[in-house]
Design a protein around this ligand. Structure first.
Ligand code: G6P
Length: 369
């Protein structure tokens, strides 16, 4: 086992650090900036079906559901197709409205999650086209979907998903851009910029991993928190959910993720000096609004950890701790903003003496209901 951990203390840490190379693996042979083209073997023959979809429904559980939520933002922005995201466990018991003309996308790292599998079978029975995004080759979900794409993230051992998530987001980004290419309203030049930006992400992820020691020292100030709030907007709202999930899964600290603007409809009531708030406050079109949310938290004595864009000189004045990350296209930011949150959860959990690779009560793959 020590050999498999490759010198890292835990599988989770190893898997967090593998992300730049996993992202490169997901893109390998699929992205060509030179030809301004994507080649997504598994879906190439089904592009007309995908582009012609009345709507899409993404079904998943856990971390894969968070990736699905990012997928909605991506596909709606780039392909202008309406996308719903549902928990597989809710969809399957609801007599869902789904049928011919709908494209259902199921996302599963293991390809064996019972609820996701049951939801896929219902969607198929009712005549929808079902596409899969799976990591485990030959898994049940991968076999039962009409077609799909593998994420090639390699085996993930840590129960808390990390590299499988970023691989899913890369896959969804490529799918969204591929669908966009068929849209005559979109210009080809912009597509090549998106592909270049995508190829630059792994190096930026490597840069963020170099902040590991800084993130450990931030964790040292928060390891005994009882509640932590995670806030973000747009593409980074699902990242706030994922950051909170990572923390609760492995450190057993109660954590909630929220869209930052919803703070005033509830979570703000919880804020005092004992409830740290993690803000994803990168420079995008909602930056100013997030900044004012931070100020509201500060005025209630809340302690703020901000994930911000490199070169931002303002944020350091209002946030207690800032983790600066490189800039990228807004649609690619989740691939970067999630990394410091994974590391923060990891360090807080290890400082609390938790078994991060095998957290209590959780399973890597939930194959029973
Ligand atoms: C379990 C795992 C999570 C995972 C979820 C969905 O809860 O602990 O890490 O996100 O199942 O699993 P899947 O294999 O379908 O992505």
């Amino acid at each position: 086992e020590e050999i498999e951990k490759g010198g890292f203390e835990h599988f989770m840490l190893k898997e967090i650090f593998e992300q730049p190379s996993v992202m490169r693996d997901v893109m390998r042979g699929r992205v060509s900036v030179e030809h301004n083209a994507l080649h997504l073997g598994g879906i190439q023959d089904h592009l007309d079906t995908l582009r012609g979809a009345k709507r899409m429904v993404i079904l998943a559980c856990g971390t894969s559901w968070h990736a699905g939520l990012i997928g909605k933002y991506l596909i709606e922005e780039f392909a202008r197709i309406c996308v719903e995201v549902d928990y597989a466990s809710e969809f399957r018991y609801r007599n869902p409205i789904v049928g011919p003309g709908d494209v259902v996308i199921v996302i599963s790292q293991s390809g064996e999650t019972a609820d996701t599998l049951a939801a896929l079978r219902i969607a198929k029975e009712r005549g929808a086209t079902v596409m899969g995004i799976c990591n485990v080759v030959g898994s049940t979900i991968a076999r039962e979907t009409h077609f799909g794409m593998y994420t090639h993230a390699g085996p993930e051992i840590g129960v808390a998903s990390t590299k499988a998530f970023t691989a899913q987001v890369v896959a969804l980004f490529m799918i969204a851009v591929q669908l966009r290419m068929g849209n005559p309203e979109m210009s080809g030049v912009e597509t090549s910029v998106l592909l270049q930006e995508l190829l630059a992400v792994p190096d930026k992820a490597e840069q963020i991993l170099r902040l590991n020691d800084d993130i450990l020292s931030i964790a040292e100030s928060y390891w005994d928190a009882e509640h932590v709030l995670y806030l973000g907007r747009g593409y980074n709202f699902p990242v706030a959910l994922e950051g909170a999930l990572k923390l609760k899964e492995i450190s057993y600290i109660h954590a909630e993720g929220y869209p930052a603007a919803e703070m005033k409809h509830g979570p703000i009531a919880l804020i005092d000096e004992d409830v740290p708030v993690v803000f994803i406050a990168i420079r995008d079109h909602s930056y100013r609004k997030v900044l004012s949310n931070i100020e509201e938290v500060r005025s209630r004595k809340g302690r703020v950890i901000a994930i911000a864009t490199e070169g931002d000189r303002e944020i350091g004045r209002i946030a207690e701790h800032v983790i600066y990350i490189p800039e990228a296209a807004a649609a690619l930011m989740p691939l970067l903003t999630v990394i410091p949150l994974q590391l923060l959860a990891y360090h807080i959990a290890t400082l609390r003496g938790c078994n991060v690779d095998r957290p209590r009560n959780l399973a890597k793959s939930v194959t029973v209901e």
